[in-house]
Design a protein around this ligand. Structure first.
Ligand code: SF4
Length: 366
């Protein structure tokens, strides 16, 4: 797994954001470094020393060429640095908060009470990010800090016209007072990922453990539609909602036809998803019918429906083109059966933490 947290030593005392520049021996490049850049001074064994941004930083366990352009959040007192932006990755997500107002049965990152405002650090990180980056904002529930979030988006969209954002939100905290703020954003460059699990309000509310959530998300989606926001509906496939997937497809095509995308997603075996695995994991390789029906219905009515996190060989061949490789590079793995598989280049494989006994009855390419 690609490490997102690195061991460091620094002479700084307060947390700071820095971009690493690995130009050992190339003083001209070093002269171009900005005030938030730390340039490689030397590497010894498994550590590399960077100078700049007013500090010296030793980073352990990395090859300097692998971190060139990465943006780190350095926490001196803990001796750690978080790779907020990896320059060579398409999968950079900033965690806005660990607080959440839901308690989803399959939550991969169970909520915590404490919150630290990271927006000032994220602002620097976005300004230092590579050209044309797409940056994820997630939680917890980022819109619990709606005013900060919308202000941050407005500033960053203006300061970096090349950068796009993908915001994961339950969309339940928007109200009409937010319309002006939303309309000030360049909404073509923000995709709002909004989970909807069922067309049955009771099932949706039970999955997210919040009474009234279904009605609230419908209102939030209406507001996002009103301002012309780009929306990616997200539905994690599980035993409780799998039978109703065709009904959800009907709801999407009739009541939510304005969405840009509908992603049906396989379950992640971490957090509550791991605790509740046996009661939640739906073997779509064995019972693909409900998924196929939902996809056919949605696509026939013009919805861009996709499958996320499905190993390609677990899908009927006709549906594989709908399943791009979506698992982030740092948490993607393959199992022993994948060796020599002809689909591997296009296949997103598994989450690193998926059980070795993967649970798919139909697996591998015949
Ligand atoms: S065998 Fe592995 S690489 Fe091949 S399609 Fe299945 S999961 Fe993907």
């Amino acid at each position: 797994m690609i490490p997102l947290r690195l061991k460091i030593e620094t002479d700084a005392t307060e947390p700071y954001v820095v971009r690493l520049r690995s130009f050992e021996g190339f003083s001209e490049d070093a002269r171009e470094a900005g005030s938030f850049d730390a340039v490689l001074d030397h590497a010894i064994g498994e550590s590399a020393v960077f100078s700049g941004a007013g500090t010296t930083l030793r980073v352990f366990g990395i090859d300097p060429s692998d971190v060139n352009g990465d943006v780190l959040f350095v926490v001196p007192r803990r001796g750690t640095a978080h790779r907020l932006i990896r320059a060579n990755s398409r999968h950079n997500t900033l965690l806005v908060t660990e607080r959440c107002d839901q308690l989803c049965l399959m939550c991969s990152q169970p909520p915590k009470k404490q919150h630290v405002d990271m927006f000032p650090f994220f602002q620097t990180a976005v300004l230092l990010s590579p050209k044309n980056a797409t940056i994820g904002l997630s939680g917890g529930e980022p819109t619990l800090f709606k005013s900060d979030l919308l202000g941050f988006l407005e500033r960053m969209l203006s300061a970096r016209p090349d950068v796009n954002f993908h915001v994961l939100t339950n969309a339940q905290h928007f109200d009409r007072d937010d319309l002006d703020k939303l309309l000030r954003l360049d909404l073509n460059r923000v995709l709002w990922g909004v989970p909807v699990y069922s067309s049955d309000p009771d099932i949706h509310d039970r999955i997210v453990a919040k009474p009234g959530a279904f009605d609230q998300v419908r209102e939030g989606l209406s507001l996002l539609c009103e301002v012309g926001a780009k929306i990616e509906l997200r539905t994690v496939l599980m035993k409780p909602n799998a039978p109703g997937l065709p009904d959800l497809a009907r709801l999407v095509t009739t009541a939510l036809p304005f969405v840009d995308k509908w992603a049906i997603m396989q379950l992640e075996n971490i957090g509550y998803g791991r605790q509740n695995w046996d009661s939640l994991f739906f073997d779509s390789s064995k019972d693909f019918d409900v998924v196929g029906k939902a996809l056919d219905l949605a696509i026939s009515r013009g919805i861009d429906a996709m499958l996320y996190n499905f190993p390609l060989c677990t899908l009927p061949a006709d549906y594989r083109a709908l399943a791009p490789s979506t698992i982030s590079d740092w948490k993607r793995t393959y199992v022993s059966e994948c060796t020599g598989c002809g689909l591997r280049d296009a296949c997103g494989g598994f989450f690193e933490w998926h059980p070795k006994a993967h649970g798919y009855e139909r697996f591998g390419v015949a």
